[in-house]
Design a protein around this ligand. Structure first.
Ligand code: RTP
Ligand code: MG
Length: 142
């Protein structure tokens, strides 16, 4: 499988729970390398732009309100099959459906406060990475 990059966000609920280190440890134990990272408090415009694909959905306003409610930790993960591997570590969007031992099963409290974001395909990963990072911000370690 090819080396890929994916965009991960530790959402405001998990940052507030002081769970950044625990979640980073799960990425690293699964063989994903953190090759760029920054903490941000997203503006309304940044959150709306990031989730633009969902702007017609009924949950969009709640999603943007939640994502701007506190700081987030944004990182680029690199590794073999990074997109799918990160989604596997995250678990299902709704924590009630997330497999035991996944990040969302362990840290999410609702479908809104669901702890993490991860790109869902290599194409969206490229777009999402460039939304937050310049290529020169990324330190490949492959
Ligand atoms: P994410 O983009 O945050 O990684 O989550 P995802 O791919 O698992 O889910 P997605 O369909 O992209 O939805 C983005 C976020 O919107 C919220 N959502 N709420 N109330 C609902 O039916 C609903 N559906 C989605 C979730 O917080 C989800 O993470
Ligand atoms: Mg998504």
């Amino acid at each position: 499988m090819a080396t890929e990059r994916t965009l991960s966000i530790i959402k405001p609920d998990a940052v507030a729970k002081n769970a950044i280190g625990d979640i980073y440890s799960r990425f690293e134990k699964a063989g994903l390398r953190i090759v760029a990272a920054k903490m941000l408090h997203l503006s309304q415009a940044q959150a709306e732009g990031f989730y633009a694909e969902h702007k017609e959905r009924g949950f969009f306003a709640d999603l943007v309100a939640f994502m701007t409610s506190g700081p987030v930790m944004v990182q680029v993960l690199e590794g073999e099959g990074a997109v799918a591997k990160n989604r596997e570590l995250m678990g299902a969007t709704n924590p009630k459906e997330a497999e035991p031992g996944t990040i969302r099963a362990d840290f999410a409290t609702s479908i809104d406060a669901n702890a993490v974001h991860g790109s869902d395909a290599t194409e969206s990963a490229a777009r999402e990475i460039s939304y937050f990072f310049e290529e020169s911000d990324i330190c490949p370690r492959g």
